[in-house]
Design a protein around this ligand. Structure first.
Ligand SMILES: [Zn+2]
Length: 154
């Protein structure tokens, strides 16, 4: 499928929302319609290229057909992960970054919530990946071959 190949290459085969990798190793590869295609809410966006994201099954299932105008798209102009989010490195939790104004914090919160980025399972996965990363010889590290790159090298 050409669209899937193209989208996958844009994120180095990482999920656009949770940064999971390899997506097809733990889950199914999906194409996320950022603005939901159902119920005619955004029919004009459903199949436009900018609305499509390479996505893991877990993120897509969590969000389903939900929508919030504050939801953050990872390719939004001026977007930087570290601007909106931070981690608790002892628990693997993700939360809105410190010092955001209320509107930005709300956007981070709703993005975490709708994509299920802070479930117990996600926290565990980040912690395991972090331990693995820490135990690797620095010369053999390749960030693009690991999940949760922002957690490993904030
Ligand atoms: Zn994901």
């Amino acid at each position: 499928m050409i669209a899937l190949d193209e989208l996958r290459s844009q994120t180095a085969a990482h999920c656009s929302f949770c940064d999971g990798f390899p997506v097809d190793g733990v889950s199914n590869e999906t194409i996320e319609h950022f603005r939901p295609k159902c119920v005619g809410r955004f029919p004009q966006h459903a199949y436009t290229w900018r609305n499509l994201y390479y996505c893991c099954n877990a993120c897509q299932t969590a969000k389903g057909e939900q929508w919030d105008d504050g939801l953050l798209a990872p390719d939004e102009a001026g977007y930087a992960f570290s601007h909106y989010f931070e981690f608790d490195f002892t628990t693997g939790a993700i939360r809105p970054a410190h010092g955001l104004d209320e509107a930005a914090a709300q956007r981070a919160e709703v993005t975490i919530s709708l994509y299920g980025l802070d479930t117990a399972a996600r926290r565990r996965c980040r912690l395991l990946e972090g331990r693995d990363w820490a135990s690797m010889d620095e010369d053999t590290r390749n960030l693009d071959l690991r999940a949760y790159r922002n957690f490993l090298e904030p």
